[in-house]
Design a protein around this ligand. Structure first.
Ligand SMILES: *Cc1c(COP(=O)(O)O)cnc(C)c1O
Length: 421
């Protein structure tokens, strides 16, 4: 270690007086793990565990089908949506929870294209996105283009800076992920929304790596549509329901194509034909996964007390420290910072490229430092301020430096690839 490297004691000092420290006790995390993967799968809260246990034993076990009313199961998609709304700067009636991010994206992208088709024979045929977007977003768009008979084209840019230049009156929809899953680059949501609106395009934002990670204000940005994930920074559990946002001004303008009975105006009237609900419930499809909803609902409860500006300050402090320590302690090794240094365009993660990222991450995990490998060469570390502190970051980089210095990651066991990387 160089003499000038930031010390553990200095990190302890940064942790003293942390106003978010009290939230760590809400999470059921193993003591021997430093969890830098909350941007992929958030850890369980004790409250979620209790809610699921109660859901199985009492609500399902004793209440049986009566629990749809008595335990309020039927209200969960709206209730959970209303809890998420303030985290993204939306009104309660603009957000609803259900299905997966992929499915919600299909609904909203269809909706946006349908709204644009209504604007005369305007020749708006393009969906603009980024080649580096999360693949499911691109796959969903491809599938929809195919289903609509090939009248649309998916245009992919290679750099965020190229987006304004491709926005013109041939663009129907701009579909972007706010914080890039690999690099952690964060778009200017308000500026891009404005630029798209200026040429008459609509915008669908994917907030998978943003909600619960960075402050968001969809209302101020005059956003049209958004989707997001329940199991990352929102800690809803594996396969937790996702959510979607539709600005109130668009809600009645179209029907989404997955016209299942939960989106019907009166599901229990059992009418033979579809009549959409007159509010955000029309974006539901079928029966929600109640036990998963209960876990997500409980995980969201503490967010009402969390100051997002405070959370952002700590997130930037943790990611700054991560970068600083890696540069101080791992400079002899070929790690390339992929995440922007500039705060204004950084999400809540730090990524480094390394030719041998896969075995290095496996070796880190074996030492209790759980991050992510993202093909082909990215080491990704999620920095979640609710249960991580500066000393955790110090310990994680200490172990990374040791693995790199000793070359311990070369061991054959760290090169075995499983289905999920
Ligand atoms: C995690 C993530 C998803 C996940 O979609 P699922 O339908 O839940 O599998 C989608 N988009 C982005 C940008 C993501 O980061």
């Amino acid at each position: 270690m160089s003499d000038t490297a930031t010390t553990r004691e200095q990190c302890e000092a940064r942790d003293r007086g942390d106003p978010l420290a009290r939230f760590r006790a809400l999470f059921d995390l193993p003591a021997d793990v430093i969890y830098l993967d909350g941007n992929s799968l958030g850890p369980p809260t004790f409250a979620s565990r209790a809610a699921v246990q109660r859901g199985v034993a009492d609500e399902w076990g004793r209440g049986l089908i009566r629990s749809w009313n008595d335990a309020g199961w039927i209200d969960l998609p709206r209730k959970v949506g209303a809890r998420i709304a303030p985290l993204i700067g939306a009104a309660a009636g603009e957000v609803i929870a259900g299905d997966s991010t992929s499915v919600n994206l299909f609904k909203l992208l269809s909706a946006a294209l349908q709204l644009q088709a209504g604007v005369g024979a305007s020749g708006r045929s393009k969906i603009v996105s980024e080649r580096s977007n999360f693949p499911t977003d691109l796959y969903i768009a491809e599938g929809l283009v195919h289903q609509l008979g090939g009248r649309h084209q998916l245009i992919l840019v290679d750099e965020p800076s190229q987006i304004p230049a491709v926005l013109d009156e041939t663009v129907a929809v701009l579909m972007l992920t706010h914080v890039n899953y690999r690099s952690g680059y964060m778009h200017d949501l308000a500026a891009l929304t404005r630029a798209a609106h200026e040429v008459g395009a609509l915008v669908v934002w994917d907030l998978a790596h943003s909600a619960g990670a960075v402050p968001l204000d969809l209302a101020a940005a005059h956003a049209d549509f958004a989707v997001g994930c329940g199991y990352k920074f929102l800690n809803g559990g594996p396969g937790a329901p996702a959510y979607l946002y539709v600005a109130e001004r668009h809600q009645a303008g179209f029907c989404q194509p997955l016209s299942g009975w939960f989106g019907h105006a009166q599901p229990f009237a059992f009418e033979p034909s579809y009549r959409p609900a007159n509010d955000v419930a029309r974006y539901l499809c079928g029966t929600p996964p109640v036990l998963s909803m209960l876990a997500l609902d409980a995980a969201l409860e503490p967010w009402a007390e969390i100051d997002m500006a405070e959370l952002r300050r700590k997130s930037l402090s943790l990611t700054d420290l991560f970068i600083e320590l890696v540069e101080q302690r791992c400079s002899a090794h070929p790690l390339t910072l992929v995440t922007p240094r500039e705060h204004g365009v950084r999400g809540s993660q730090v990524s480094f490229a390394h030719e041998h990222a896969f075995p290095i991450m496996q070796a880190l995990i074996a030492r209790g430092v759980i991050g992510d490998f993202r093909a082909p060469d990215i080491l990704r570390f999620g920095c979640t301020p609710l249960y991580l502190d500066h000393v955790d970051v110090w310990r994680a980089v200490d172990i990374l430096a040791d693995l790199l210095d000793t070359g311990a990651w070369h061991a054959a066991q760290f090169n075995v690839r499983h289905a999920v990387t």
